[in-house]
Design a protein around this ligand. Structure first.
Ligand code: WT7
Length: 645
């Protein structure tokens, strides 16, 4: 094991970097003292506008409102493609690496332009127009990026649904935002296995009468059903379409996309992002955090189904005319050397992944890493959950050979782009800390009453002023947006995370303080999994909590009270786990199920989750006060019947 220590900025990194520490401090200062001047300058530098904005920013957190660059007109697809063509038409935009190591592709900016225009024209021909919602349910193939950019080009609002979600989850999301077209593939391919995307789509659409068009990419050629009045082949239609399609001028505040994410209550929320501010902050963070220089090969391993894929595979990098690598497969296929082989094959300079992947690969031993070269690597990044310092040091020493600084980036689906992060040439690193706020971001720690805490301290993490890429609303339910993010601490945006700030002003995110789980970097509400479980006939009541998991960060532990006439059995356990997979997707499948004759409830009937979390974590010596329970004896029973691991 490596010693856990601080890592000052190295000279080689400092010399190349866009921003050093003095510049960071000066720019940060300006960004919060004169935000409109700062962001106005950045918006001119990073983006091309058809028409200038009238006002840089305006916000009222009590109403959950924020607008950036109002009145300004631009188009995201134009910014990510067309404006690069004059000088970079033949430069690489996307390197695609297939699930199968023998398959790859290079797409230039000119080719990207043609593909996106053709698909945009197909959508238009099917009647899709500005403001309409289009669902994208795709594997990690270039067509997923074309689909997003084609929507952006004509002003349609995309809603990407992760390909691992079930037909049920897909249906809920299509209905919630009334998507009328779906772009999918016959099958996906991950780790050598086929994912039945079209079959899932057909199942979901049985309950979505408003969907008039399904565009199907032929990825595997697998057997699928066909609905002549609704389904069209991507290749047939785009081959026949024109490769020219004007980019629709959009207001900076017109919606760009909806992305569903889980909260502590109810169904997933459709987080709404708009055009100008979102694109600006994704592009700017991409350039500065990964110290991106022209020609660098940049690889973010996320799936486009998550916000990281939106901001850091597609929009941020392409807006900067970068080379973005898109990977169809998984880090362990054909074996645990895959990531490092891909890095050597494509001479990757920047590698951005999740702590759960780092821990999983670390557990396989150093040999898979050290047998590869990796000398092209310059910068490493992590995102999605707190990284434990041991994994950080392993990533730093073994993967990066102490040459590459690690950017631990804290942000959320709702923040749209990175908020707290080091910058390679500016920030001395402390393993496990996301370090300091990005330009324009004003984090604060508050106590339970909402009082701002000063100095080195610990509390709940809020953001006190608007930032360009922030959530604008929850689709179709602005009240829920206010309720979720702005009502806990009036006047501030509440992140749902707890954090510590040290004597150097560095932030250390400690994790969610609400009923949201983070399993392998995937966000899930305990309430969502409980709702799925109680749909099963054998279940009377369910309570789901997280517990510490070595690789996944958190695992899922479900307490289930069976119906009175149901006999618990290992078979039923298995059935329930499969049931959750069917209802939500494999990422929500409980690791453990414990049968519970009763759950610990207060006299008013509220489940005391604190106790359930302790038991699931095997911390039965520190259960705390149980005297307010209606029936304290249920606790002994729960302890005696803990799930075996
Ligand atoms: C939650 C947001 C943002 C892209 C991926 C996740 C946790 C995210 C970090 C980090 C500690 C982190 C937080 C946050 N999180 N990055 N660097 N250190 N925690 O997006 O699914 O919206 O989840 O992920 O708990 O609230 P998301």
């Amino acid at each position: 094991m490596f010693e856990i220590e601080n890592h000052p900025v190295k000279d080689a990194i400092k010399q190349r970097a866009h921003i050093n520490d003095a510049q960071y401090k000066e720019m940060y200062q300006q960004s919060i003292e004169q935000p409109d001047t700062f962001w106005g300058n950045m918006a001119s530098e990073f983006l091309e506008w058809f028409t200038p904005w009238e006002k840089v920013s305006e916000f009222d957190f009590n109403k959950g409102e924020a607008t950036w660059f109002k009145g300004g007109k631009l188009n995201v697809s134009h910014n990510c493609i067309d404006r690069h063509l004059a000088t970079k038409a033949n430069d690489t935009a996307i390197i695609w690496e297939g699930d199968n190591p023998d398959e790859d592709l290079t797409i230039t900016y000119q080719q990207l332009h043609d593909k996106v225009c053709r698909l945009a024209n197909v959508l238009k021909a099917r009647g899709v127009k500005k403001g309409d919602r289009v669902c994208i349910y795709m594997p990690m193939i270039p067509e997923a990026a074309y689909a997003m950019l084609a929507c952006a080009r004509i002003g349609a609002v995309h809603s990407v649904v992760f390909g691992g979600f079930s037909p049920e989850s897909l249906k809920d999301r299509i209905l919630d935002s009334d998507c009328q077209a779906v772009i999918t593939a016959d099958e996906g391919l991950r780790g050598g296995k086929a994912v039945p995307l079209k079959v899932n789509t057909d199942t979901a659409l049985a309950s979505c009468p408003n969907v008039h068009t399904v565009v199907v990419v032929k990825r595997t050629g697998g057997e699928i059903a066909w609905n002549d009045s609704r389904d069209i082949w991507y290749h047939e239609q785009t081959d026949a379409a024109s490769n020219q399609c004007p980019a629709e001028p959009m207001d900076a505040e017109d919606p760009l996309f909806i992305l569903y994410t889980s909260g502590s209550t109810g169904k997933p929320k459709g987080v709404l992002h708009t055009t100008g501010g979102y694109l600006l902050q994704s592009a700017m963070t991409h350039k500065y955090i990964f110290d991106y220089h022209p020609g660098d090969v940049y690889w973010c391993t996320a799936d486009v189904g998550w916000i990281t894929g939106h901001s850091y595979i597609v929009y941020g990098p392409l807006c900067n005319a970068a080379i973005t690598l898109m990977f169809e497969g998984v880090p362990t296929y054909p074996d645990a050397s895959r990531c490092w082989q891909v890095i050597d094959k494509h001479q990757v300079n920047v590698f951005y992944t999740a702590p759960t992947a780092i821990r999983a690969l670390m557990a396989q031993g150093d040999d898979y890493v050290t047998r590869t070269d990796r000398s092209s690597l310059k910068i490493l990044g992590t995102v999605g959950e707190p990284i434990n310092p041991e994994a950080w040091e392993w990533y730093y020493h073994v993967v990066g050979e102490t040459r590459c600084p690690i950017m631990d980036t804290w942000w959320q689906t709702e923040t749209g782009a990175v908020m707290i992060t080091p910058l390679p040439g500016a920030t001395n690193l402390k393993p496990g800390s996301a370090t300091r706020p990005f330009f324009g971001v004003q984090p604060a720690l508050v106590d339970p009453e909402g009082q701002i805490l000063e100095g080195a301290t610990e509390g709940n993490l809020v953001i006190t002023a608007s930032w360009p890429s922030q959530i604008r609303s929850v689709y179709g339910d602005h009240e829920r947006c206010i309720q979720t993010y702005y009502s806990t601490y009036p006047g501030y945006y509440f992140t749902g995370d707890g954090a510590r700030r040290d004597e150097d002003g560095y932030y250390w995110i400690t994790g969610r303080v609400d009923d949201v789980l983070n399993v392998s970097g995937h966000r899930m509400g305990t309430a969502e999994i409980e709702s799925a479980l109680v749909l099963h006939d054998a279940v009377a009541e369910a309570a789901v909590v997280g517990f510490p998991h070595d690789i996944k960060g958190q695992g899922i532990y479900a307490y289930i009270t069976p119906m009175h006439d149901v006999e618990p059995s290992p078979e039923l356990e298995k059935e329930l786990r499969e049931f959750v997979t069917k209802e939500i997707g494999a990422i929500a499948k409980p690791d453990f199920i414990q049968w519970a004759v009763g759950l610990p409830k207060t006299r008013s009937g509220k489940i005391m989750r604190r106790i359930l979390r302790k038991i699931a974590s095997d911390e039965i010596d520190s259960l705390g006060d149980t005297s307010t329970l209606a029936d304290p004896s249920v606790v002994d029973n729960l302890i005696d019947n803990r799930a075996k691991r």
